[in-house]
Write a protein of this length. Structure first.
Length: 157
């Protein structure tokens, strides 16, 4: 398996993978993860990915097996208020491995590759948000050394 940066020409496939990724989430919270129509989502995602792939603050890596994209990870560098010693922080925004390739170490390799890229950019702190019902993801992050730090709360008005 090869881990490498995503290319602009791959956006159509990346958008398909994103759709598969996000359709895994409604069971965790059917209200919060409710979508627009598939066609509208794919159109918007396509535009979004064009911006992301051109952005210096985003890192978009893919896992490829036999010439086929089987997963992706997206990370972002954010800026905290200058009062902190750590002003730049990495954020792991999304990770997805197609079902038939799951549980073979691909997710771990993508997390490690993203961390390597953050380190190369002198980022020393990575965060992410995960649905607390998403056991596979929670287990993956814990195995990669991530620890619980805050609790995200929400209220529907
Ligand atoms: C989460 C996800 C990326 C994991 O990818 P993966 O390639 O299967 O992960 P790995 O094979 O590297 O697994 C690493 C560890 O994570 C844990 N893990 C992965 N899948 C698991 C599952 N279904 N149940 C329990 N633990 C799991 C295990 O500890 C595993 O180590 P092990 O196989 O030696 O026991 C994948 O399940 C996925 O794409 N899920 C849908 C999208 C998603 O929820 N993304 C996260 C959003 S925050």
């Amino acid at each position: 398996m090869k881990i490498r940066k995503a290319a602009r020409r791959e956006i159509p496939r990346l958008v398909e993978l994103w759709w598969d990724f996000q359709t895994t989430h409604p069971p965790y919270n059917p209200v919060f993860y409710r979508n627009k129509s598939k066609a509208e989502c794919l159109r918007l995602c396509q535009k979004y990915y064009q911006v992301i792939l051109a952005s210096k603050n985003h890192i978009f890596l893919v896992a490829e097996t036999n010439g086929k994209l089987v997963g992706f990870i997206m990370g972002e560098i954010g800026h905290r208020p200058p009062v902190y010693r750590t002003v730049e922080a990495g954020f792991l925004s999304m990770i997805y491995i197609i079902p038939e390739m799951q549980r073979k170490g691909a997710g771990t390799r993508l997390v490690q590759a993203l961390e390597k890229e953050f380190r190369r950019r002198k980022i020393r702190h990575v965060e992410l948000i995960v649905d607390k019902k998403n056991r596979p993801a929670l287990e993956l992050y814990r195995k990669c050394g991530y620890q619980d730090r805050q609790v995200k709360v929400y209220k529907r008005l």
